[in-house]
Design a protein. Sequence first.
Length: 323
Amino acid sequence: MSAGIPAAELLREPVCGMTWGWVGTRGTWATAAATESMRLMADHGVNWTALAYAAEQATAFSTAIPFGSEPTVTDDEIVWAIREAHSLGMKVCLKPVVNVADGTWRAFIGFFDWDVPNEPSWTQWFASYSRFIVHAARIAEAEGCEMLCIGCEMVRADGQEAHWRALVAQVREVYSGPITYNCDKYQEDRVTWWDAVDVISSSGYYPIDSWEQQLDRIEPVVAASGKPFFFMEAGCPSREGSAQLPNDWNLAGAPSGQEQRTYYEEMFRACRSREWVRGLMLWDWPADLYAAGDAAQNDDYCPYGKPAAPYLVEQYSSWKDTR
C-alpha cells in the first residue's frame, strides 16, 4: 500500500485508471457480481481505480447530507471494495461524492455568497459536507488508500475558497496520503485554491475535436501549480453522437461501439502527447456488469466487450511502459 507517499512519486507511473461502482447504491458492492466485475476491470490494464459513491442531499439548497443512510453504500461495503481492489494489485483513490436526490446536478448546489440569517448557507452546508468527507478520509487512512478525492464537479461551490481550505486542513488531520479535487470540465483555470491540494484533477469530457485546444488551456495552470495532473474522469458513451457531447449521458442515439473507440483513439493520442498529463481515470465500470453478449446493445460509458476495450488494454499497457 502507498498511502502517505508524496504525490509526485506516487504518480511517476501513469494513472491507467477506471472508476468503479458508481453510484455506490447500498447492497450493490460486496457481492459475487461485484467481485467478478472488479476482476474483469483489472484485466484491462488498470492499475488505479476510483471507488466512487454518492451521498444524497434532498435538493440543491439543502444543508444536510445523510451519508450514513440509504441509498449510500455502507462503511463495510467501502472497506470491502478497497481491500478487493488492493488484492487485485490496483491503487485506490477513494471518491465520496454528493448528489442531489431530485436529480439536480451537484454543480448547481449553491447558496448566497455570504451567510444570511434564517437562510441556508455555505457555512451550514460545508459543516455537513466536511463530516462526510472527513469520515471517508478516516476510512481511506485506515485502509491505506493511495489517494483521496475531496469533491467532484462542484462548480458553484468552487468559489468558496476559505471553506475548501478549511476542509483540506481537517482532512489532513486524519489522512496522510495525497489529496485531490476533481473540478468540472472547463474549470481547471478557475479554481483559486489548487495550492491547497496535492494533485490537480478534472473531468475531461471534451468534444473529440477540441482536445488539443483544451490541453493548451490547461497546461499553464498545471505548470504554474507545480502539481501533478491527471483526468479524474474522462470517457465517452458507446452511442452515436457522443464523441461531440461525451458528458451527455442522456443523448439520443443508437448504440455505437465504434463511436466510443474513435473517441478513445483521439483522447489517448492527445493526452499521451503531453508529458504533464499523468493519466486517465476513465468513466466508468459498474459493480453490476452487463453480460459480454449484451455489450453491442449497451450504450453507456463502460468499454467492456466493446471495440474500445482491446485498444484500452493496448494503450494502458504501453503507457505504463513509458514511466
